[in-house]
Design a protein around this ligand. Structure first.
Ligand SMILES: C[S@@+](CC[C@H](N)C(=O)[O-])C[C@H]1O[C@@H](n2cnc3c(N)ncnc32)[C@H](O)[C@@H]1O
Length: 144
């Protein structure tokens, strides 16, 4: 946020109203309430509301893992060329290389994160890598 230019804007999407309120208070305390807009509800339902504000410089994906590839597709269509997409947790809780993840609770999320990492490369629209943070952070620069 502190790197935003004075006329820059952050749009954020949160499903849980309590989490959204915590974020709202934090943005306010940090003095950024005028540069942040929070949409409450499923991100996939609300993203269309900001499309006219694009193209965007950065898209940070950190919500429901099963929707990561949908968010990636949205980012590919709404980032500027040279814009950056970041996807958090892309080591998939340590199971990113497991062909058959045995953790039943996380299986769908792991499969979705594996698909996300494949899709960002196979789309041909990004130059991408995974940065080795503790949880894995996929970074892609939009080429076309
Ligand atoms: C890992 S937390 C995000 C943390 C945040 N990026 C931060 O750094 O403080 C994931 C959040 O995604 C939210 N979430 C889950 N499914 C969502 C959806 N379909 N649309 C929007 N938000 C969702 C959860 O309520 C949760 O607050």
């Amino acid at each position: 946020l502190r790197a935003l230019p004075k006329d820059g804007k952050l749009f954020t999407f949160e499903f849980n109203p309590h989490h959204a309120n915590v974020a709202k208070e934090s943005f306010k305390k940090a003095g950024f309430e005028n540069q942040v807009e929070i949409f409450v509800g499923p991100a996939l339902d609300n993203l269309a509301q900001i499309e006219k504000e694009g193209p965007f410089d950065l898209v940070f994906i950190d919500a429901d893992k099963v929707s990561y590839s949908h968010y990636l597709e949205w980012a590919a269509d709404h980032l500027r060329i040279g814009g950056v997409v970041l996807g958090d947790n892309t080591f998939a809780f340590g199971m990113i290389a497991d062909a058959d993840p045995r953790d039943a609770d996380k299986r769908n999320s792991v499969k979705a994160l594996q698909a996300f990492n494949r899709d960002i490369v196979s789309s041909g629209r990004f130059r991408a890598t995974i940065l080795p943070t503790g949880e894995g952070l996929t970074m892609g620069v939009k080429l076309r």
